[in-house]
Design a protein around this ligand. Structure first.
Ligand code: C5P
Length: 229
């Protein structure tokens, strides 16, 4: 049974305010994308990769892809559209019961251990699930004008991370239904939840950060260095 990896990498990374999309910024001497793909390959050397890229991308270099079986697909307007394009491209290749792990290209610090733990936790799960970490900070809701309107309970709250893993048939159905209902889904799990299912939360390391803001790049470099130490 094949394992499929979908890596959405078609974002512009506007919050970084950089010259190029964040997946192409240098991190410890290599582009962010090369680190991310290398971690995935170390964990799952025989997996098949579907990489979502902006059709106008001129920075991508296939030398960064360590997988023997891989394909590129055109990204869409939103992350969920990019993932939906990947799943459409896998039609006829992926079986409905085969596992698809979706991982943000902007999360290069995910560890091989967490990747393997997630896969093992999901391999016998009827729904699927995601890496996540319990919220540590006290959570404030703002009033829209920079003042606290309320303190929310952090009890039972988790940060949703990636990878998120679901069976091909279920994930395709979930994303199609979300699109049809006009739901804005920022991860795969929320599309599956909208079907009334409950994805499994698999506790992962908190340093699986998503590079989003300028200061995150230096933080990711320190995390990688500490993981190699
Ligand atoms: O912008 P954000 O950090 O939420 O993006 C999460 C992931 O989705 C990134 O890996 C980004 O490249 C990808 N993405 C995409 N297609 C889009 C928007 C984002 O593949 N249209």
């Amino acid at each position: 049974e094949a394992l499929w990896l979908v890596v959405p990498a078609a974002g512009q990374g506007r919050r970084m305010g950089a010259q190029r999309p964040k997946q192409y910024l240098a991190l410890a001497g290599q582009p962010v994308m090369a680190h991310t793909l290398s971690r995935l390959h170390q964990a799952f050397p025989a997996a098949r990769l579907c990489l979502c890229l902006d059709p106008d991308d001129t920075l991508f270099d296939p030398a960064w892809v360590p997988f023997a079986h891989w394909q590129r697909v055109a990204g869409g307007a939103e992350r969920a559209d990019s993932v939906a394009h990947a799943l459409a491209a896998l039609s006829g290749q992926a079986g409905d019961e085969e596992m698809v792990l979706v991982h943000d290209v902007a999360r290069p610090c995910v560890t091989v251990n967490d990747l393997v733990r997630l896969y093992e936790a999901l391999s016998n799960d009827a729904v699927g699930g995601l890496l996540a970490a319990p919220v540590a900070d006290t959570m404030k809701r703002d009033d829209g004008a920079g003042r606290v309107a309320a303190t929310e309970s952090r009890q039972g709250l988790w940060h949703a991370m990636t990878p998120q893993g679901f069976r091909y048939g279920l994930l395709r159905r979930a994303l199609a239904a979300a699109r049809q209902q006009g739901l804005v889904v920022t991860d795969e799990a929320s599309a599956v939840e909208a079907l009334g299912l409950q994805p499994r939360l698999v506790a992962g390391r908190r340093d699986n950060l998503k590079i989003t803001h300028p200061e995150d790049l230096a933080l990711a470099a320190r995390i990688l260095a500490a993981q190699h130490a």
